[in-house]
Design a protein around this ligand. Structure first.
Ligand SMILES: Nc1ncnc2c1ncn2[C@@H]1O[C@H](COP(=O)(O)OP(=O)(O)OP(=O)(O)O)[C@@H](O)[C@H]1O
Length: 273
């Protein structure tokens, strides 16, 4: 497995693509109120692949939903490309932020091409033939053939569903791509292939990416930086090998458990040579 694409110092110092300041997310009211994030701050830098990790229920998916502008912060601010994320809903959202949902979330009644073309067609700015060509280009980018275009989602393998979902997320060439558990449900070979594809696209397009993952192999294959959610906020950010040394029970369990040691072995071996 090759190393993740490095981020140049110039790109890393530029204006963040996502800026989250003092975020509070509370669901419900009164005695039913449940606070998922409190005083959470995080910047996503241009060109990076940031992995969000944390225990179950720590609010990783909710944080992606905040970046998509699907939730209103209870307090604090979420700014995407210089504008409040909550202003992004409706038209134009897909041209700013692409989202790869955990299980692909393809429209089961649409074929592959119509799934990929959806946001561009909805926008209504291009003639049908151009929309179709754009969708075919995206299918090619994710390693699918034109003959896959007329297949229905029910006839696709898990790996193909992920690829179609990725092509759909990229149809408007968004500068920011959010990936929720990109390799969940794939076997180890399928996961490696999908990571290789994401890495190639990142190198070719320079898209800033934020991914939620429980899978350490995926984290080490892709992440240029890691942010750990615990205690309702981001407790540490840094390069994967740095964060792995942070003294916190979740971090120790996540990185230094048996699976963690296995996933970190190639990184450590690479450092020794
Ligand atoms: N719309 C909602 N209304 C009420 N509670 C919600 C809502 N969405 C999420 N939650 C709660 O917020 C908490 C965080 O959920 P979230 O899905 O972000 O966790 P996560 O870190 O992604 O967990 P996992 O790793 O298990 O997927 C959970 O307790 C969840 O039940």
């Amino acid at each position: 497995m090759s190393e993740p694409t490095p981020v140049s110092p110039a790109a890393a110092s530029a204006e963040p693509v996502v800026r989250i300041e003092g975020l509070e997310t509370t669901f419900g009211k009164g005695s039913e109120a449940y606070t998922v994030h409190r005083n959470l701050s995080l910047d996503v830098r241009r060109g990076e692949i940031l992995a969000l990790v944390g225990g179950s229920g720590t609010g990783k998916t909710v944080l992606l939903r905040q970046m998509l502008g699907l939730l209103q912060p209870t307090a604090g601010r979420v700014t995407v490309l210089g504008r409040p994320a909550s202003e992004m809903g409706g038209e134009g959202a897909a041209s700013r932020v692409g989202m790869l949902f955990q299980h692909g979330a393809l429209f089961s009644a649409f074929n592959v091409l119509d799934n990929v073309a959806f946001a561009l067609r909805e926008q209504g700015a291009l003639p049908a033939a151009l929309v179709r060509d754009a969708a075919l280009v995206k299918l090619q980018m994710v390693g699918l053939e034109p003959e896959h275009a007329t297949r229905m989602p029910a006839d696709l393998s898990g790996g193909m569903i992920k690829r179609v979902a990725l092509a759909r997320a990229l149809i408007m060439d968004p500068p920011l791509l959010l990936l929720d558990e990109p390799t969940a449900g794939l076997d180890p070979n399928g996961a490696d292939e999908f990571c290789a594809l994401v890495r190639e696209l990142h190198a070719a397009l320079g898209t800033t990416m934020v991914m939620v993952t429980h899978d350490l192999d995926t984290l080490f294959a892709l992440a240029t930086r890691v942010a750990v959610l615990a205690d309702r906020k981001v407790i540490v950010t840094g390069a994967p090998a740095e964060v792995a040394r942070f003294p916190h029970p979740f971090v120790e369990h996540y990185f230094l458990g048996e699976r963690g040691r296995r996933a970190m072995a190639p990184v450590q071996a690479g450092k020794e040579t």
